[in-house]
Design a binder for this molecule. Structure first.
Ligand code: DON
Length: 317
């Protein structure tokens, strides 16, 4: 019998595919560098690779260094936006931050002044600082609430901040501080800027492994319901909106290239993690610390390309 192109892989075949991707990952180990502008991140052993998928029913499969914790960095911008979308009205959010790709580096300041202190989208640093301000101005314990949110999404109470990474970011905060103070000068930041920075740095400094991250994104592959505990995180419309934003803005000025190669909504972090969503099927987390010039994991992106071809199904195909 000849398989139709959209026949899903059996769990055994999928495990074989994950194991193959782990075997192939070292081919990318000669390229790229570990992020060093946050000194605590520069200490990570570069030649590691892990992959985990969480099916829409909550079942997890993984291979390689999927149980090794790493700094989730910008991937946390999604968790923060989820919290904001749950607690604020669309108008309260989208009048203060846009929904368009920036075409600029994730920490660029150029566009922010030209566009009167309104960040292009919630995933560049300026946008995430704005979302963090929305949360710090409303929550009594913003840091605690963000951590609880991630623990709930992953159904894992052990997830925590790496305080050393958070401190390292605070000690080297100049660029993010410049973005936040510029937005304050435009009247767009409502709480204390130093509190916003501290909360944002802690969120970026959450330490998680591929399995935990894949689980924390599974609701986006399951029409908004978290399969890990059955709770409704998002409506179907919010789920579609978040996935659209991840597809257009999740990989910064490499979002177009990522969509071309992988074709899935995704979010990267300078810790080397990338999370991707195959709507209604699975969430995926890959991790490998060596980054390209855009701040995205090289082996991670490669593996996602391999996974998508191996799955014989993509939403764009
Ligand atoms: O604020 C920063 O620069 C980092 N804490 C996060 C940047 C990041 O992860 C960009 N992603 N590729």
């Amino acid at each position: 019998m000849i398989d139709s192109p959209s026949t899903p892989l059996s769990p055994g075949e999928l495990q074989g595919l994950l194991d193959t991707l782990v075997k192939e990952a070292p081919r990318c180990f000669g390229e790229g560098r570990v992020a060093s502008y946050i000194p605590a991140l520069a200490e990570v052993e570069p030649d590691q690779f892990g992959i985990a998928i969480c099916h829409a029913d909550g079942h997890v499969q993984y291979a390689g260094d999927a149980e090794t914790p790493f700094s989730i960095q910008s991937i946390s911008k999604v968790h923060a936006l989820v919290l904001a979308m749950q607690r604020l009205t669309p108008e309260e959010i989208w009048t203060r931050v846009g929904r368009e790709p920036s075409g600029q580096a994730f920490n660029s300041i150029v566009q922010l002044e030209v566009e009167n202190g309104i960040p292009r989208n919630p995933f560049i640093n300026a946008g995430a600082l704005m979302v963090t301000d929305m949360l710090t101005s409303r929550l009594v314990m913003p840091q605690h609430t963000l951590r609880e949110q991630v623990r709930r999404l992953a159904a894992d109470p052990t997830i925590d901040f790496d305080e050393r990474v958070a401190r390292s970011e605070m000690d080297h905060k100049a660029r993010n501080a410049a973005l936040a103070y510029l937005m304050q000068a435009y009247g767009n930041i409502q709480s204390d800027v130093e509190l916003v920075l501290d909360t944002y740095f802690h969120n970026c400094a959450l330490s998680m492994n591929c399995i935990q991250l894949a689980r924390s994104f599974a609701f986006l592959a399951n029409r908004g319901t978290n399969p890990n505990d059955g709770t409704q995180v998002f409506s179907e419309i919010q789920t579609r909106q978040m996935n659209a934003l991840l597809l257009t803005c999740g990989l910064y000025d490499a979002a177009g290239d990522f969509a071309w190669r992988v074709g899935l909504p995704g979010k990267s972090g300078v810790g080397g993690g990338i999370v991707a969503i195959l709507p209604r099927r699975m969430s995926i987390c890959v991790w490998s610390p060596r980054l390209d010039s855009y701040g995205n994991s090289i082996a991670g992106r490669h593996a996602l390309e391999g996974l998508v071809s191996g799955l014989r199904f993509t939403p764009m195909g």
